[in-house]
Write a protein that binds this ligand. Structure first.
Ligand code: RP5
Length: 180
């Protein structure tokens, strides 16, 4: 498919959000996809305010070369479910933190899909925004050895960070005990 002009990579992941008020969170998703070198497109559309656009976008996504759709919404968070209703592509749902129940409403609206129409729902908030991108990369990596290698490096980075944190906390504790 055509590349985004600012992004020469082919677009393989579509990131859609229910409102531009979700963008601060979704930037985490896009930054994570960028860090893996995965091309994405970013769109604002709503299950409630632009239902025809959301359905048409989902129907055409596969023929445009999109392989995974990430959909984020808050409150009565139906966007991922509506998108999923109109495509056979894998759909990952991000529940956006909301003002009413801190995202519990978004979580349940996104995750409680009926049998046959799965939305792979990630955690509420930043962890979910990052994990949605990583899950999308893991799906793409099934047929992309370069991405599979990047995921191995990513895992090692996580492990190394814990090692550094462990050493720091133990050193601080030993220092405190020596002073006592
Ligand atoms: C949802 O309603 C959006 O995804 C957003 O999280 C929430 C509030 O939207 P705005 O009123 O800020 O546009 O559809």
């Amino acid at each position: 498919m055509k590349s985004d002009k600012k992004n020469v990579r082919p677009v393989e992941v579509a990131v859609v959000m229910g409102s531009d008020s979700d963008w601060a969170l979704l930037e985490e998703t896009v930054n994570t996809l960028d860090s893996f070198g995965v091309g994405c497109e970013v769109r604002v559309m709503s299950a409630h305010r632009t239902p025809d656009l959301a359905a048409a976008f989902a129907r055409k996504a596969s023929s445009r070369g999109v392989k995974v759709i990430i959909a984020a919404a808050g409150g009565a968070a139906h966007l991922a479910g509506v998108v999923c209703a109109h495509t056979t592509l894998p759909v990952i749902g991000i529940p956006v933190t909301s003002s009413f129940m801190n995202g519990m409403d978004s979580l349940l609206s996104t995750v409680q899909m009926p049998a046959g129409v799965p939305v792979a729902t990630v955690a509420v908030g930043k962890a979910g925004a990052v994990n949605a991108a990583i899950l999308a990369v893991q799906i793409l990596a099934l047929s992309r050895p370069d991405l599979a290698r990047r995921l191995v490096v990513h895992k090692k980075t996580l492990t190394d960070k814990v090692g550094v944190a462990d050493a720091r906390i133990r050193a601080e504790r030993e220092k405190k005990l020596r002073k006592a």
